[in-house]
Write a new protein. Structure first.
Length: 312
């Protein structure tokens, strides 16, 4: 590098990556648009490679910019974590919990736990980082969390992990669908109906695809794909197709014009807790874990078909 980097350049780069334009970045940073553009130009000069392609008045990030942003985002997350620690070294009753969670737990399970937690801890703030399977190791390695709720297995010390539960994927159907008359939906039942898939880079997608492939069943109408089970359930409720999702989202949306049925073959998903390796869990984190376990126990009692036998 020919020039030293400075924080203004990093702030400008990150703001453009987050917002998508120099005008929006300027509004985020409360500076002028020309100032953002100058900082970007100086940043590119300093790193000695192109970060954005200029196309039709738009900035398109290069692959190098995407890679740099991934690392920089984690650095800024570290700053936020330290800031929260400093602000929340306060008398009992105050504090902050930083949670990392896999998408199924974060979308439809944890919000209820957050609500219960804040009833008894109204002055405690919560940060939630939602991660897909491939990102989990990076966040675990960073140790910048108080508690992680993730799909297992994970690469992490056994002494710092606890298995929560094993649950099974569910079939979701539009209310009034011909298959809703069945008590259990088999993979072959779904072959001829429009099927809504989750994104390819997820554990759910790989498990579901493998199940159909191992049985030699082709889903002939795979016309829709989205990034979350919650979105899938909304599309199913709108009558756009059928799908197989995690039971947390399935149950949460069953009053939204969808029907939930057990799916065969049984697709098992294990979930667990991970704790920081080299520091004691805070009392706040322990209280939160108690609520997580209690709420999960209630979920499995109310929906025994979704649980492994030893969990129900």
């Amino acid at each position: 590098m020919t020039n030293r980097l400075n924080l203004k350049q990093l702030d400008a780069f990150r703001a453009v990556m987050v917002s998508g334009s120099t005008a929006e970045a300027a509004a985020l940073l409360n500076i002028s648009q020309p100032a953002v553009s100058r900082s970007l130009q100086n940043f590119e000069t300093a790193v000695e490679y192109e970060l954005f392609l200029r196309r039709n008045g738009r900035l398109v990030p290069t692959r190098e910019a995407e890679m740099l942003f991934d690392e920089l985002d984690q650095l800024y997350h570290s700053f936020d974590h330290i800031s929260n620690i400093m602000k929340n070294i306060r008398p009992a009753g105050y504090g902050h919990i930083q949670i990392v969670a896999s998408t199924p737990m974060a979308q439809r399970f944890l919000p209820d736990v957050f609500a219960l937690f804040q009833e008894t801890h109204p002055n405690v703030s919560i940060s939630l980082r939602i991660v897909v399977k491939r990102e989990a190791k990076k966040w675990l390695d960073s140790q910048q969390f108080d508690l992680a709720l993730l799909s297992l297995p994970i690469e992490y010390p056994v002494a710092s992990t606890v298995q929560l539960a094993s649950v099974y994927a569910s079939c979701v159907l539009p209310r009034g669908h011909p298959l809703a008359r069945k008590d259990v939906i088999h993979a072959a039942d779904l072959a001829d109906y429009p099927y809504i898939s989750i994104a390819p880079d997820t554990l759910l997608r790989s498990r579901v695809d493998r199940a159909f492939q191992s049985l030699g069943i082709e889903r002939k109408k795979m016309l829709l794909e989205t990034q979350s089970s919650a979105s899938i359930c909304q599309m199913v409720g709108a009558g756009m197709g059928v799908s197989v999702v995690d039971p947390f989202n399935a149950v949460a949306f069953q009053n939204a014009n969808i029907v939930v049925r057990p799916f065969e073959p049984r697709l098992r998903f294990d979930y667990g807790l991970a704790f920081p390796v080299n520091r004691e869990s805070t009392q706040l984190a322990k209280s939160f874990v108690t609520l997580v376990k209690d709420h999960l126990r209630e979920f499995l009692v109310e929906n025994p078909w979704a649980a492994d036998e030893k969990e129900s």
